[in-house]
Design a protein around this ligand. Structure first.
Ligand code: BGP
Length: 467
């Protein structure tokens, strides 16, 4: 049986907009999501899991079930309703209260500064495509470092690759733009640069605690051993993984990354240049990341593709309805015989192992890794107050084993945060795609431990990965 280290963090992950609710309460300013969801009319982020009011209950559950870490994010627009300028004292007080409650419950807190929720005032001016947003973000980060001295672990951004692609490639996030790869690359670079600036402010300011970034890293494999497919996987990997890790740990993009970006941009009829001065800041930050947070749910098999971009997002859980082919990059295909979730997310734990070994080999200046998200979206059934979510347990167990193997092979992984602590609202899938250890009845806001919560409790206690 495989085991995990004694001092390992067994955490649960959340994000402000997905769990807090209270979108117009406590002086919070608007975010682009509010109007975007209202217009779509499928679901709202209100009341979500009402973490805004129920956080003492959720933190008590953490303590009770041995969940010794929580990932949460500060909603930027609770602190600065307009993104810059006047501070909302009520928002500041709220997060102090949450942090102190977590301390009381012996739960370590990992705080993300930005989890998909740029304040509307800045978003409307171009979000991170507009370099003024970078300055505003750095100011907001600095304010938080000064104010929330009790935070031990900071993370600048959650998942810049999904931000860039969901906003500008597949359009599932506001502003809902599709197939604009120039915007994707610009957004990625600007956010990597913003991360570096925030890290440098943190380190130059001598603040206590650790700082890192959370990247979504999903391993890419060629669909076949043909040269064409191998090249397609290389291109997909370059944009979704290599660019991020190069930017974070090398302070500039490697030759391979740049050649892939050039090829993708040429095929799509644009040129891309990044301001040389940005790399000075990025190089200064490259060895100052205390940890890397990895969100990892799935891997992709990629096939050469030369047609027009064609993406269909499976946001309903009807298996087999997703499609993902991008001009100049490749097509992500289903691989015969490999299991996938109802939302077509491939279950392939080896992808996590391979990713961790690759980071250890290619980016040896990483200091520590936390798996900041992993988990399985599932349409949980509530039967007589009980939720039997064996498929989720099976999923998490397999990924934990891959993790244990990577640790045994020398990768410094120090913790794992299951997405999600309790059921939350899912950005482009609503409320029936549940991930939580704790089932939330969204009408009554009552919490019920799922079978997986008991399983996780046993794991956290024994560190042994059992069935
Ligand atoms: C990650 C996000 C989370 C969460 C998770 C599950 O990309 O960081 O916020 O939502 O994915 O994704 P989804 O809700 O789309 O199934």
């Amino acid at each position: 049986m495989k085991t995990l280290p004694d001092d390992f963090i067994f955490g649960g992950a959340t994000a402000a907009y997905q769990c807090e609710g209270a979108t117009h309460e406590g002086g919070k300013g608007p975010v682009a999501w509010d109007a975007f969801l209202e217009k779509q009319g499928r679901f709202l982020a209100e009341p979500a899991s009402d973490f805004y009011h129920k956080y003492p209950i959720d933190l008590e559950l953490c303590e009770k079930f041995g969940v010794n870490g929580i990932r949460l994010s500060i909603a930027w627009s609770r602190i600065f309703p307009e993104g810059t300028g006047e501070v909302n004292k009520e928002g500041v007080r709220y997060y102090h209260e949450v942090l102190s409650e977590a301390k009381k419950r012996n739960v370590k807190v990992f705080v993300t500064l930005h989890h998909f929720d740029t304040p509307k005032a800045l978003f409307d001016e171009g979000d991170f495509l507009n370099r003024q947003t970078i300055d505003a973000f750095v100011e907001y980060a600095k304010f938080c470092f000064e104010e929330f001295k009790e935070v031990e672990y900071w993370s600048t951004f959650n998942e810049i690759y999904p931000i860039a692609t969901n906003q500008y490639l597949n359009g599932t996030f506001p502003p809902g733009i599709t197939y604009d790869l120039k915007k994707v690359m610009t957004c990625l670079h600007n956010m990597l640069y913003a991360h570096a600036r925030a890290v440098n402010v943190f380190k130059d300011g001598g603040y206590k605690g650790q700082i890192g970034v959370v990247h979504s890293l999903e391993t890419k494999y060629p669909a076949s051993m043909s040269d064409e497919d191998i090249h397609a996987a290389f291109l997909d990997d370059a944009l979704s993984i290599r660019m991020l890790l190069d930017g974070t740990f090398k302070g500039r993009y490697s030759k391979e990354t740049l050649s892939a970006l050039k090829e993708i941009s040429e095929e799509n009829g644009f040129e891309i240049h990044f301001p040389e001065a940005d790399f000075v800041e990025m190089e200064k930050a490259k060895d100052r990341n205390d940890y890397l947070g990895i969100n990892h749910y799935q891997s992709h098999f990629v096939k050469a593709y030369h047609g027009e971009s064609r993406i269909h997002h499976n946001g309903t859980g009807d298996k087999g309805t997703s499609a993902y082919a991008v001009k100049g990059i490749g097509e992500r295909i289903y691989k015969e015989g490999l299991p996938r979730t109802d939302w077509d997310w491939l279950i392939y734990p080896k992808g996590l192992y391979d990713l961790l070994i690759r980071i250890q080999t290619d980016y040896p200046n990483y200091k520590a890794i936390y798996i900041t998200e992993n988990g399985m979206g599932y349409k949980d059934e509530f039967v007589d107050g009980k939720i039997y979510d064996e498929p989720r347990i099976d999923y998490v167990k397999q990924y934990m084993e891959a993790l244990a193997d990577a640790i045994a092979d020398g990768v410094n992984v120090k913790g794992y945060f299951l997405w999600s602590l309790m059921d939350v609202f899912s950005w482009s899938n609503g409320y029936n795609k549940r991930y939580g250890l704790f089932y939330v009845d969204f009408d009554t806001q009552k919490r019920y431990p799922k079978q997986s919560a008991y399983w996780y409790q046993g794991l956290a206690r024994t560190k042994e990965i059992r069935d």
